[in-house]
Design a protein around this ligand. Structure first.
Ligand code: FUL
Length: 454
């Protein structure tokens, strides 16, 4: 191996390239390892998106409306989508996803498909369009908009009449996908409740996905079953350990699928998976997804948000953090100030990065080691590892050591790295850092290592 090819001269950034012959696990691996599309890459590098749950539930204090809500109750009087977008941007979010329709069926845009929408209420005198205001605000603030259209619809009489409801659902999607410019993400859950008289709705997911692909080829489609990004298997925002961005598409075939192995497949992905489908970790800044004044005391603290970043982005997932607008139509002052504190913590982390000199050694066909000399004994409290995922994901096992003199002490160890693997440490004084890559499943690209004082 030519060492020069593998070492990046930049200070605390260490690049290692390992050659892993296909021999050992060749039969378990696809010939071509999956890699992210340009959209998936951008989606992951965004790191954080903001979720906005807003609708009739905001006014009834429910989490799941039953579809019988009077559209007149949707009456935000101070709605300012620019405040949502400004808050998101200031806190380092790169996109915002709005509930265009939740399970109650109330549409936040003036759809032609039903009168159960903003057009039937007092908002902007019946001429308003929350989706339009959200996408315009995002673009004005340099953010990319995304939309969630619940497949479960407790209002629409066609729900449960499978082909007819599927037509209607695709009509709603078509409106959203054609009238609002480019969308970063289209978000689907698998909720599939009762229809009128207990009728069961069978969704046509292949049709839905091909419609989105055709009308918004650059949008990332999220659901349990992707096709572009997958649910991480819980609603507390934690990425799996391990967390592979590859999956076997036969394990979770449609959103809402239940059964043995589904949760584990969502959380961990599959090292031998044939499809690139990274995990998105969704959670709320409050107890509920919708705003309830009773939840004002449950807003995550900045410490909690900082931890959440390590558990999601720091475990190779994308963080989708819900921050629900109030009845007035604004993000609550408490949520905004917690987000500001969180952003300050992230900035502090990035600015506390400690520079050093890297030395790389290949120790075997599937192993490598990187030593980072910080030049002086200095306290560290966090680290970040990262693979160059443009080339796929490969690291399966690693250990991180620190030393002030000749003796190495274990700081942390883990399995996958992927886009990012971060950890917080008890403040430890070290002069040198050593990352040992103990196993890879395939040729790995660059592995970067950074350490931080805070
Ligand atoms: C779930 C829904 O049932 C919840 O209300 C919420 O929207 C969550 C993000 O997705 O499927």
């Amino acid at each position: 191996m030519n060492r020069r090819t593998f070492v990046r001269a930049s200070a605390a950034t260490i690049a290692a390239r390992m050659v892993a012959p296909r021999l050992l696990r060749a039969n378990a691996l696809p010939v071509e390892r999956p890699r992210p599309s340009a959209s998936q890459l951008r989606w992951q590098r965004d790191e954080m998106a903001m979720f906005l749950h807003f609708g009739v539930n905001t006014f009834t204090d429910r989490e799941w409306g039953d579809g019988r809500e009077d559209p007149a109750i949707f009456a935000p009087t101070q709605l300012d989508a620019r405040q949502w977008a400004r808050t998101a941007r200031a806190a380092d979010f790169r996109s915002v996803i709005l509930t265009a329709k939740h399970h109650d069926g109330f549409c936040l845009w003036p759809t032609r498909t039903t009168s159960h929408s903003v057009a039937s209420g007092p908002f902007r005198g019946g001429t308003g369009d929350v989706v339009r205001e959200m996408v315009d605000a995002c673009r004005a603030e340099g953010l990319r908009p995304g939309l969630y259209l619940s497949p479960w619809d407790r209002n629409n009489p066609l729900y449960g009449d499978s082909p007819r409801y599927n037509d209607l659902y695709c009509d709603q999607l078509t409106e959203l996908l054609t009238n609002y410019g480019p969308l970063a993400e289209v978000w689907f859950d698998g909720a599939n409740g009762e229809g009128p008289n207990g009728r069961k709705q069978t969704y046509d997911w292949p049709r839905v996905w091909s419609l989105v692909r055709r009308l918004q080829p650059n949008a990332v489609m999220f659901s349990d079953a992707g096709p572009d990004a997958r649910w991480c298997g819980n609603e507390n925002g934690s990425g799996g350990e391990p967390n592979w961005s590859t999956v076997n598409p036969d394990t979770v075939r449609y959103p809402g699928q239940d059964g043995p192995g589904v949760t584990a497949a969502l959380q961990h992905g599959d090292a031998a998976g044939t499809v690139w489908r990274p995990a998105e970790a969704d959670t709320s800044i409050r107890k509920g997804w919708f705003y309830h004044s009773d939840d004002d005391a449950t807003v995550r603290t900045e410490d909690d948000l900082y931890d959440l970043y390590f558990k999601s982005v720091g475990r190779n997932a994308k963080l989708l953090l819900n921050v629900p607008p109030t009845r007035g139509g604004l993000l609550h002052a408490t949520d905004v100030s917690r987000l500001t504190g969180f952003r300050d913590r992230l900035t502090g982390l990035r600015e506390s990065r400690i520079q050093g000199t890297a030395r790389w050694t290949s120790t075997g066909p599937r192993t490598a080691e990187v030593i980072l000399d910080l030049g002086r004994a200095t306290p560290i409290s966090a680290f970040r590892l990262g693979e160059n995922i443009e080339e796929g994901q490969s690291v399966a096992k690693w250990s991180l050591y620190g030393a002030t003199d000749a003796e190495w002490g274990l700081l942390s160890r883990g399995t996958t790295i992927g886009y990012a693997r971060m950890g917080r440490l008890e403040p430890t004084v070290v002069r040198r850092i050593r990352l040992v890559i103990e196993d890879v499943i395939e040729t790995a690209g660059e592995v970067t290592v950074a350490v931080y004082a805070q």
